[in-house]
Design a binder for this molecule. Structure first.
Ligand SMILES: Nc1ncnc2c1ncn2[C@@H]1O[C@H](COP(=O)(O)OP(=O)(O)OP(=O)(O)O)[C@@H](O)[C@H]1O
Ligand SMILES: [Mg+2]
Length: 240
């Protein structure tokens, strides 16, 4: 049975949320029932004591889910920090079991789950006991425990070869399956020499498939994201 994809990025702000939305909208256009999660979100707006997770809210809307927002984003923090640091600062423990429980339930309900990561792979989440010693639990461990296949979102700009390669290596070391990578244009960059050559070079250097190049969009609504997704992402490979 298909589970879906965990969307990680080479860094924070590379376009994980937009690419997750694109995959969700494309799946919906293909007639599939999809669910989304952003299991931990930091930097949430505090509205009268209620934390609002903007990525979780956006993805829930894009997936057209009617599950409570609590299921999409079970763990929230106000400070825009890694979960590990935000949890210390806000004095709130992170209950990983809650994430797994919600995920198991949503998995049963949907054809595909799309789960957005938190920053990049080595973002610390919490401390756990491992072989009786304390160890840091990273986003990479969360992916392993959710047993999901990974899609990497990369920037097209200078520096992306190094960041994408490091991300692939960090996944391979833990034997985490990689579906492929997607290059996302989060800004309206003019085609400089690095940006122009990077897609081909990345495809040549990496032994994982390029699943598409997602362009910069001036309007980020459901229709526009969905139509662009079908044109720019490889849904034949994604639906397998
Ligand atoms: N293809 C695109 N077209 C237009 N704007 C984009 C595109 N991709 C990303 N952006 C914008 O760039 C910013 C960063 O993108 P996004 O929020 O998807 O990154 P992220 O990797 O999810 O970040 P975070 O680590 O904070 O979750 C957002 O303001 C988003 O709207
Ligand atoms: Mg995001």
């Amino acid at each position: 049975m298909k589970v879906g994809y965990f969307i990680t990025g080479t860094d924070t702000g590379v376009g994980k949320t937009i690419v997750s939305a694109a995959i969700l909208r494309g799946f919906i256009k293909k007639g599939l029932k999809v669910g989304a999660m952003k299991p931990i979100e930091t930097g949430c707006l505090n509205k009268d004591g209620i934390l609002l997770p903007s990525d979780g809210m956006f993805l829930r809307d894009m997936a057209e889910m009617n599950d409570p927002l609590e299921f999409v984003t079970p763990i929230k923090f106000e400070n825009p920090l890694s979960p590990f640091v935000a949890s210390k600062l806000e004095d709130k423990d992170i209950d990983l079991e809650r994430i797994f429980k919600v995920f198991e339930n949503l998995k049963k309900k949907y054809d595909y789950m799309v789960v957005e990561g938190i920053g990049g792979l080595m973002v610390p989440i919490t401390k756990i006991l491992k072989k009786k010693a304390k160890a840091i639990y990273f986003v990479r461990d969360l992916i392993k425990d959710m047993a999901m296949e990974v899609i990497i979102v990369s920037r097209p700009t200078l520096g992306t070869i190094n960041h994408t390669f490091l991300t692939v290596e960090a996944l391979k070391i833990k034997k985490i399956p990689i579906k492929g990578f997607i290059i996302n244009y989060s800004t309206a960059i003019k085609g400089d020499i690095a940006t122009t050559t990077n897609p081909e070079i990345l495809s040549e250097i990496l032994d994982i498939p390029l699943l598409g190049i997602f362009p910069y969009l001036t309007e980020l609504n459901k229709d526009n994201i969905g139509e662009t997704a079908l044109k720019s992402l490889d849904f034949e490979a994604l639906i397998k």
